[in-house]
Design a protein around this ligand. Structure first.
Ligand code: LRH
Ligand code: MN
Length: 432
């Protein structure tokens, strides 16, 4: 089956022809530099070519805050158009071969058509996301006071049924995991009993866990606060770990980088979850204050590198049960979502590449001998290496663009879509 390409491949070829010579010389120079450090640039580039991060379908529309949303031109109006925009990111970046869908935001009557539409662009599906944090038109019972932890069993049953329906949808399109993030919590002391709420949560999640096909996993996503502002039922990695352990082997903990209090050492949480075989994967994004859902690595690039350092360390030592799912989860309020997703995919690949450059036996020896400065230097010299030539070479070798943002802009894709798709004037507030 020929893979459909939303961007004219001549535009990519033209852009690459202009950039190839410079890339080749930068790549050769970096190769010499790395060879002096005993590193084979070809082996690194091959590893980078196999790395992928999933795109959140809710990320190709314009995001917003509770104050406002400023819809951009040519916004996708349904999942088929969202998939086409995701295909642009994959065609140019070659790093995003899978999508993470959200239901009911991505509801489509003909799921076969949805699957085939994605496959026609060479795209597959990562974890599926359920939604019991909003009331849908015509919904029987409200989630105002929660869903999976609501005091009313009927509301919990409605929430459980929705998660089971998401699993059924996922089975048809080819997902093998469901991410359950619940916003359930309280705004005031005394509003709910902490223990009773968590008991109700576990009772509900046991029913979702028992509906999992044998080859599926259940990803539990913790979050410090919002929409609840005093307590959140699954508020931190500790509660997440306890629940995942309580539910069973195929329940694991998903780390959304924006879901922690400021200054929390997230890379250490990652190390812990790997050590106890409970790391589900990630929602990559960045933040300065709250769950800002900004572009990955845009505010705290070192933190993202240190997370990848733990991941590459685990992979290099063959950590048991290590099989994390990598996904972006961002809200693009003021940028062209396609540009932010292309940029973020490249940033994630750049941090993965730098983590591959860490000389782990040397680092281990400095750690064992408490040579603090040389241990730091071994890690930071990897972080401070400009790996752009490797990330770009991996892209072009896979048929992508050496400079994907420039190629996207010269392709005129956005202009073409804004002509094709009527402007969505609705400046409603909210993330979607
Ligand atoms: C919650 C969250 C969760 C999604 C939603 C879009 O803040 O990170 O992963 O379901 O954003
Ligand atoms: Mn998330």
């Amino acid at each position: 089956m020929t893979i459909k390409m939303p961007v004219d491949s001549d535009a990519i070829a033209a852009g690459n022809n202009a950039e190839q010579a410079a890339l080749d010389s930068d790549f050769a120079a970096l190769g010499e530099h790395l060879a002096r450090r005993g590193i084979d640039i070809e082996a690194i580039t091959t590893a980078v070519q196999t790395f992928g991060v999933a795109i959140p379908t809710w990320g190709v529309g314009t995001g917003g805050t509770r104050f406002a949303r400023f819809p951009g031109p040519g916004e996708p109006r349904n999942i088929l158009e969202k998939i086409e925009d995701c295909a642009v990111v994959q065609q140019l970046s070659r790093a995003t071969p899978t999508l993470s869908l959200h239901f009911p935001w991505d509801r489509w009557d003909d799921l076969r058509e949805l699957h085939d539409h994605a496959a026609s662009f060479g795209l597959g599906f990562d974890a599926i996301n359920s939604n019991t944090f909003q009331d849908q038109p015509g919904q029987q019972l409200s989630y105002k006071f929660g869903g999976m932890t609501h005091t009313d069993r009927a509301v919990r049953d409605q929430a459980i049924a929705h998660n089971v329906e998401c699993i059924e949808i996922g089975k048809i399109i080819g997902s093998q995991a469901i991410t359950v993030w619940v916003g359930d919590g309280t705004n005031f002391p005394g509003q709910q009993n902490f223990t009773a709420s968590l008991e109700r949560y576990l009772d509900s999640m046991r029913q979702v866990y028992s509906a999992l096909p044998d080859d599926w996993r259940l990803f539990i996503e913790h979050k410090l606060y919002e929409p609840a502002f005093y307590s959140t039922v699954i508020q931190d990695w500790g509660t997440n770990y306890l629940c995942a352990s309580e539910l069973g082997e195929r329940a694991q903990c998903l780390v959304d980088l924006g879901h922690h209090a400021p200054n929390v050492n997230i890379e250490m949480i990652v190390a812990r979850l790997i050590q106890f075989r409970k790391l589900a994967g990630f929602h990559f994004n960045d933040s300065k204050y709250g769950d800002d859902d900004l572009d990955a690595g845009s505010i705290q690039p070192l933190q993202l590198f240190l997370v990848f350092n733990e991941l590459v360390d685990a992979d290099s030592r063959g950590a048991e049960g290590f099989d994390p799912a990598y996904m972006l989860d961002q809200s693009h309020n003021i940028t062209d979502p396609i540009e932010s997703l292309i940029y973020s995919a490249a940033t994630v690949l750049s941090m993965y590449t730098r983590a591959l450059l860490v000389d782990r036996p040397v680092l281990h020896n400095y750690q064992e001998s408490n040579d603090v400065i040389m241990a730091r230097d071994t890690l930071m010299s990897a972080y401070e290496t400009n790996v752009q030539p490797i990330v770009a070479m991996a892209r072009v070798r896979d048929g992508g663009a050496i400079d994907p943002i420039a190629t996207y802009r010269t392709s005129g894709y956005r202009q073409c879509k804004s002509a094709e798709r009527p402007a969505n004037r609705a400046g409603s507030a909210g993330i979607i």
